[in-house]
Design a protein around this ligand. Sequence first.
Ligand code: CTP
Ligand code: CA
Length: 224
Amino acid sequence: QDDILNKLPLKGKKILVTAGPTYEAIDPVRFIGNHSSGKMGFDIAIEATRKGAEVILITGPTHLSVQNSLINLIRVTSAQDMYNACHQYYDEVDVAIAAAAVADYRPINIANHKIKKNDAAFTIALEKTKDILASLGEVKRNQFLIGFALETENEIEHAKQKIQKKNLDLIVLNSLNDKGAGFGLPTNKVTFIDKDHNVEPMNLKSKEDVAIDIISKVIQHYNA
Ligand code: CTP
Ligand code: CA
C-alpha cells in the first residue's frame, strides 16, 4: 500500500487552488457576487490528491464541501480575504492554480446598517479589488503558476496578454461561446496556452475531465 502511494506522480508536491466566487459586502445583508459554483476548483483539488499531492483549497462562498485528508479546505468571503489566505500559504507550495471567479470591483464603503430605500435613484461607488493571481506572479520564485481566463472576444489574444501581465506558466482559457460550456453547467470547453504561446484546444468535456487534463499538465511540467 505505502509503495503504491509513493509512486504517485505528485507525491511530495503541495498545490494551492482557489475556487468559487467572492462576495463583496454592500451593507450587513447585501453583497456583490457572481454565479461561480466552485466546482472547477474542487474538481482540480480532488484530482490533485488522486495523483498524490497535498492541496490547500481556498474557496469563496459555495455549497460544496470535501472530506479528504490531503485537502486543507479554507473558506473565505471577499477578494481581500482570499488574497490574504493565498499569500499566507504561497511560499510553501510548488504549484498554484487560480480557478476562483474573483470579483473585479468592490464597494468603496460598506454601510454599517442596512441601507434603507427612498425614492431617489441609488448608485454604489466601486473600487478595484487586488488581482490575486497577478500578485502571486509578482512574488513567484519557482512555483508553477496556472490561471484561468474567461473571454468573449479575441479570446486567444486576450489570454496571451494575461499570461504576460500576470507572469503565468499556463493559462486555461474558458470558452463561453460554445453551447454547453460555462457557469452552472457540468461541462467546459477549454484551450490551454503556455508561456511560450503554444495553443492547445481541448474538446468539450466534464469539469472532472478538465481537472484531469489540468493536473496532467502539472505532471508533465515535473517530468519534462
Ligand atoms: N483573478 C484573481 N484576482 C482578481 C481577478 C482575477 O486572482 N481580482 C484571477 C482569476 O482567478 C483567473 C484569472 O485571474 O485565474 C483571470 O480572471 P479573469 O476574470 O478572466 O481576468 P481579469 O484579469 O480579471 O480581467 P477581465 O475580467 O477584465 O478580463
Ligand atoms: Ca475578472
